[in-house]
Design a protein around this ligand. Structure first.
Ligand code: GLU
Length: 177
């Protein structure tokens, strides 16, 4: 019963954005997709979330392969620490090192009272057949029902960060022992 109460009341959720494919845009100059600016807020505003209070904080705009130890272990970790006592945290992140970041956060955060959810996309927001808005929306719902801990929410699935890997050929995450 206790967990269902969190579905019924107004919920505050923090979103921290870090870049990754979900936020990439097409560059006509280079002919590639690049992380240029935070874009999550525009898409959150498209959703109908009548009982949610969402605070979006853009932290960095990086392909996750370019994230440094300081990015993960200081900037992102500190940002989660500052918010997690208050509410669940959803982190948008590149998929290539999402598991690495999840494991680092899990190792450094103790006594969590809310879930921390990592999500992203295989195709950028705004592109045809993008999975970005689906993953974002499902993560916001998952944030209000999952137990405290570190999770990856992707393609309507929930993964424990200690038991998941990216399957590049299939463009998805898969559970591992
Ligand atoms: N290498 C990029 C990253 O990890 C693209 C992968 C993705 O976000 O899906 O940010």
């Amino acid at each position: 019963m206790e967990e269902w109460r969190s579905i019924l009341r107004t919920v505050k959720i923090h979103i921290l954005t870090t870049g990754g494919t979900i936020e990439k845009v097409y560059s006509e100059q280079s002919g590639t997709v690049l992380n240029v600016a935070a874009r999550i807020n525009r898409y959150v505003e498209l959703l109908r979330l009548p009982d949610m209070r969402i605070e979006v904080t853009p932290l960095m705009n990086k392909d996750s392969l370019e994230m440094t130890t300081e990015d993960r272990g200081e900037q992102l970790l500190d940002a989660v620490r500052e918010r997690i006592a208050d509410s669940p945290v959803v982190i948008t992140h590149g998929t290539d090192t999402m598991v690495e970041t999840g494991k680092l956060l899990k190792a450094r955060l103790s006594g969590l009272e809310h879930p921390v959810i990592l999500t992203g996309a295989m195709t950028p927001l705004g592109f045809e057949r993008s999975d970005g808005l689906q993953n974002l929306t499902e993560s916001l719902f998952a944030a209000r029902v999952l137990a405290p801990g570190l999770w990856i929410v992707f393609h309507n699935q929930v993964f424990d960060v200690d038991h998941v890997r990216k399957e590049r050929e299939l463009a998805r995450f898969v559970a591992v022992e």
